[in-house]
Design a protein around this ligand. Sequence first.
Ligand code: 13P
Length: 256
Amino acid sequence: MARKPLMAGNWKMNNTYAEAVVLAQTISNNFDKHWTDSVDVLVCPPSIDLKPVNTVFEFDHQPIQIGAQNVYWEPKGAFTGEVSVPMLKDVHCTCSIVGHSERRGYFGETNEDVNRKVRALLDGGLYAVACVGESLSVRDEGGAEEFVCAQVRAAFAGLEPEEAGKCVVAYEPIWAIGTGRTATPEQAQDMCAAIRATLADMFGAETADEMRILYGGSMNVGNVEQLLAQPDIDGGLVGGASLKADQFVQLVKACL
Ligand SMILES: O=C(CO)COP(=O)(O)O
């Protein structure tokens, strides 16, 4: 089964409100809505900018999805600083990133937290973009595949195959994020193949074959073609290059 690629921009903690609106508008102005016949496109701004960014895309009738960078699993209540699945749904998010290495590293997010977030998103009708990836020391010790596949198992523990099938995995080696040092296409492919084998073991080959696995980590217009040419890489989760409208649009076009 041919998987539809997904090109996703993770804006991280960048842009003021005005800058976010200008970036969304510039993407929209340079975007041909027919592209989404063959590629899904997702933008993940800071949560404060989800509504205005989506308003730009909806006003222009652009079929560009918006997603959050993080979510909490409780629906509402006394959880200062958190944002819930119903809140994301209310501003027309289709998904949230969960388990990004920056959340795991700086904010102590655990595999169990990631699993709760995946569960909450699916229960609320949204899908998860679950991030996995090893540090350089884990890779140098030769344990990268085992480490990453354990993260996949933990993120999707307890799901039914139909639920898992809605989700996306993003393989982001920590040593390649924001460093300009991309994994080689072979390194990325090998890991994405191992992730798919893990998904097949958990949910069956048919589901694993449907699920999209993205690569993230210094993806840019210079390396995107080679990465997308790999059989188990179905798109990208892009940080730095997604903050420049022209570059993000080029990355989308590379999926066509
Ligand atoms: O972490 C990433 C996307 O979630 C990747 O970031 P960069 O593309 O800036 O390396």
